[in-house]
Ligand binder design. Sequence first.
Ligand SMILES: *Cc1c(COP(=O)(O)O)cnc(C)c1O
Length: 486
Amino acid sequence: MSREQRSWAEPYKIKVVEPIRMTTRERRNKALEEAHFNSFLLRSEDIYIDLLTDSGTSAMSDYQWAGMMMGDEAYAGSKNFYNLQDKIEKYYGYPYVVPTHQGRGAEHLLAQLLIKPGDVIPGNMYFTTTKVHQELAGGTFVDVIIEQAHDPTSLHPFKGNIDIGKLKDLIYKVGAARIPYVNLQACVNMAGGQPFSLANLKELRQLCGQFGIKIILDATRAMENAWFIKRREPGQSKRSCAEILYEICSLTDGCIMSGKKDLLVNMGGFLALRDEKIYGKACELVVIYEGLHTYGGMSGRDMEAMARGIEEAIQDDHLRARIGQVQYLGQKLLDANIPIVEPIGGHAVYLDANRFLSHIPQNEFPAQALTCALYLDFGIRTMERGLVSAGRNSKTGQHHPSQLELVRLTIPRRVYTQAHMDVVAETTIACHHARKSIAGLRMTYEPDKLRFFQAHFQPIGSWTNSFSSEYPILQDPLLELANTIF
Ligand SMILES: *Cc1c(COP(=O)(O)O)cnc(C)c1O
């Protein structure tokens, strides 16, 4: 019997543990107030289960930790860099690699290298830092994801796909000369962790080839995308995720990568390219902003941990358990009729706050309010992905419209157990029962860029003080019997 015929049990056992602590409700009220009702401003010590992000929060293996001791901290030409480069070429196929401190370091280099003022960069839905770097370089992002991605109830298996028709229209409208590249994100974060299909990428390749437009992959979660292709795309089930990943990359011209996601490390990223000339320019630029081209923003030991992380993360067994855990949580919520984005994504379960809190208008930030309720109820930290994250249009002064109003329950890799997922599901269900006592928020401080990180809020009508959910207390079934005896 093969493993695939059994449950997704983790392909590892636990060797080191880190204690976590449940706080009192009183403490959580105070902590949330001190954090201005923004989960990004909470202290980690005040959190029981931290589902803020899967970024840099993974558990490293003994093999990776052993690699940390093998750090070659030479300023130039560290052996860990060459190992990292080898692994990237082996699994992603790109020959030229520039390490950066994290994904946005690579986004910065890419945008400065390829975008001219007035350019247009199509992509399958925006990502926060990606879009800002495009704008800082004088470009404008245009969303060309398929319509179904904006509908949290659509069961399209590849909601990360690019709408080829929309892209064609854009090319005819602005001209190919103004489109330096298409930004193709794997497992689209803002759409709920939704993959693109190989078939869609092949069509995209053909169209871009015709017009001489590059395709840059945001490979941050490309391995997880490969898993969905293996599971959902006709004819792919017999292939390994490694083979699929390699094919994905072979259809693109380069990638930016946040190693903090797929690659099981706490820090690091890279820009990888096929074009030697652009690589040369990237080497010039990285020295100014990050560090020499053989370490960029990383220490030798971090590059080693990431090189080893690539080998572990691409294993089918790992991806099966990782995504299996996310599906487990999502299915529990679906079974309890909690409105979530479907299909369940690869790295997170997204609550649909528009349906969960349908009594709160979007300009009172229902998703942000729901993150507060989940925290108050049981110390679960989550993230808003809705109107606050979308930001404000600096020209019109209006919020950028966001059809989706979501709360992301993001699962770190190899960190929590199935029992933690049960507690998270119970908390969410409890908040859903008590949803009528949740009200909206007012924004009281708003930074110009990426406001969701540091914005301040106040609960409308002080609902957070009185909010309480009720969940049945689990009793030992023998307690009643014991009471009759004693
Ligand atoms: C996290 C992320 C980034 C940025 O990477 P950082 O390592 O956080 O700087 C870029 N794209 C996607 C899709 C991401 O999830």
